[in-house]
Write a new protein. Structure first.
Length: 272
């Protein structure tokens, strides 16, 4: 995991406050690097990023139409003003305004874990993506030290306030994607150091990243999935196989007798 920290003039988002500024900066730096690498050569015409404007996931992508959408759970404009980004549109993560099979790329940076209905959000993504469309998802791993810190900070919140995040496990999310017809072809993890409040102390534990990447990658603090929407097609028959298929029309068809009551009646002859 690269530890190039992205300098920010504003504090981290509210939903990352429980991890602390050093961890939030590392998380943003890692996801930005992965998005720049994975999405640079994804081709198409229409791409959408839903949520978290600090991450500029589409900045290296070359699609002519790229939108950054503001979801319902980021209705407060403060986060977007601090990031210096004006959203192109706002939408409900459970009801997308695009018609079916209209988008080539969708990016969900920690969107599912903050949506009120992540199932509905994924179903909408599956609907609006074209066949062979790409989907990039990032999330905090609940099995990691970062996930434990995030969940612990949520439990310390006032009981009357709803939780800002509901962490989704990596394997659980893969199962959801498989049921919706997606094929996951890139899975990556990052961040094995403890969630400390000092960047200097975290740098002293950088050796844990090398050990975690090699021996227990599934315990990384953040995960990334890149999936493709697959649509099953029909089986094409070549000419040779097509000629060997016997047509059901070649079977003998019984002919009705003409002397029955339902057959053709003989016309009477005129008599002089």
């Amino acid at each position: 995991m690269e530890h190039q920290i992205i300098e920010s003039k504003h504090s981290s988002a509210d939903w990352l406050a429980g991890l602390g500024q050093p961890v939030a900066s590392r998380l943003l730096a890692w996801e930005q690097q992965q998005a720049d690498e994975l999405l640079a050569d994804v081709f198409g015409y229409h791409a959408v990023q839903l949520g978290w404007p600090d991450l500029q996931a589409l900045r290296t992508n070359r699609m002519p139409h790229r939108w950054v959408a503001q979801p319902e759970f980021e209705s407060a404009p403060l986060l977007w003003r601090q990031a210096g980004i004006v959203p192109d549109l706002g939408l409900d993560s459970r009801a997308w305004p695009w018609p079916a099979d209209s988008l080539d790329l969708v990016v969900l940076p920690h969107t599912l874990e903050r949506s009120m209905d992540p199932h509905a959000c994924l179903r909408e993504v599956a609907r609006v993506l074209i066949p062979e469309g790409q989907l990039l998802i990032t999330g905090i791993n609940p099995l990691s030290a970062w996930g434990w810190q995030q969940a612990h900070s949520e439990r310390r919140r006032h009981p009357a306030e709803p939780a800002l995040t509901s962490l989704l496990g990596y394997r659980r999310l893969r199962d959801w994607l498989r049921l919706l017809g997606f094929e996951v072809h890139v899975s990556r993890f990052g961040g094995w150091t403890p969630a400390l409040g000092s960047e200097r102390w975290m740098q002293r534990l950088d050796w844990m990243d090398a050990m975690g990447q090699r021996w227990c990658p599934i315990l990384g603090g953040v995960y990334l999935l890149l999936a493709t929407k697959r649509v099953p097609g029909g089986l094409l028959l070549n000419g040779r196989r097509w000629r060997t298929v016997r047509s059901p029309a070649a079977a003998t068809v019984p002919v009705a007798r003409s002397d029955t009551s339902i057959g053709r009646q003989t016309a009477s002859k005129d008599t002089c």
